[in-house]
Design a binder for this molecule. Sequence first.
Ligand SMILES: [Zn+2]
Length: 390
Amino acid sequence: MVGREVDARKRYAKATIVLVITLVFAFAASKLIRSSYEVEPIVKGPSVTRVEKLSRYHSGIIGTPGDTDVYFLDSGKPGGTVLMLGGIHATEVAGMLTSVLFIENAQVNQGRLIIIPHSNNSAFATQPAEDAFVPVFHIETDWGERWFRLGDRLTNPVLQWPDPDAYAHYPSGQILSGSEVRNLNRAFPGRPDGLYTEQVAYAITQLILEEDCDLVIDMHEASAMYPVVNVMVSHSNAMDIAGMAAMTMDFEEGVYIGVEASPEGLRGLTHREIGDHTQAKVILMETANPIMDYVRGKATEELVVTGKDEFLVMAAERGMVTVPYDEKGAPIEERVGRHSSGVQQILSMMSMMYPDSTIQVEGVPKHADLKEHGLGHFLKNPSDFPQEAL
Ligand SMILES: [Zn+2]
């Protein structure tokens, strides 16, 4: 009898331990899931006049994790309107960080900038399952650290699942592989009653139409082994601006960037569909991000920020990398610097070639400034600003 009581007590003790461990894990997991939906603080810089939700342009995404902030930097002086898109692919963090750099530093003296740092916001709350990514990374600044999310290339499957075997792009009907159905850069121009990713694309297209944007600049990154890197891909409606901007960037800043025409047969991409379906000119830019290369080692925070990877160096020595790459890596200053200079050259050229669409921006560091001082030097300390400035 006594022996049975001891056994029962042991079983209770074991069950209690298992229960406590389960609760601790459940709590930690729920905290992690909740924190991945938390958006990193962004300080409203000197020219930010208002912040809207993307769902203002399409109510179908109201209250979902894909709804996202749209920053307006309006000089109040007539001129051009330019939309900057960061984070269409949430792995390609240089585009998101360049958006933050502009929001926090740009002084817009003529015309209007509209900036979406997290264009596919739900993708920032997930990571590709096979890649063991870190969910956040940090940038050292003069006053401490800023944190940012590292996400997936595709929309969070919680919002759109399962993927079909094949994806038929709307409205072209072009057939793409099944997982591309969650790729925002294969979903343009989108449709209001479509799948979740198509609805996010539709909201952005509606914004471009309603705000009468003259130009859209879409900032991406690609693997260093991919042939389309360090390049502007332009719709035919913006080739004149892209060509002049690239030449001037090389001539004035010593930063080479190629220019390619958007292929007419490749559907769903910003540089194709926004140009075909709206009044806006459109240019996409790519930098090299080694975390996207298949040969790389561990996907650490350090790799996100420094772009240093020993296996990619070995690939480069064998001529398999399409951009200049060595043990110095592809630091975030280089990548954000390319985007920042590229955007500023494009704005200058558009203003020169289309005076009615003039947009005059100053105060944003270019490639050489970022290489000299580091990205963190230009990021604000959110705790120095009152809550309403975030
Ligand atoms: Zn991309």
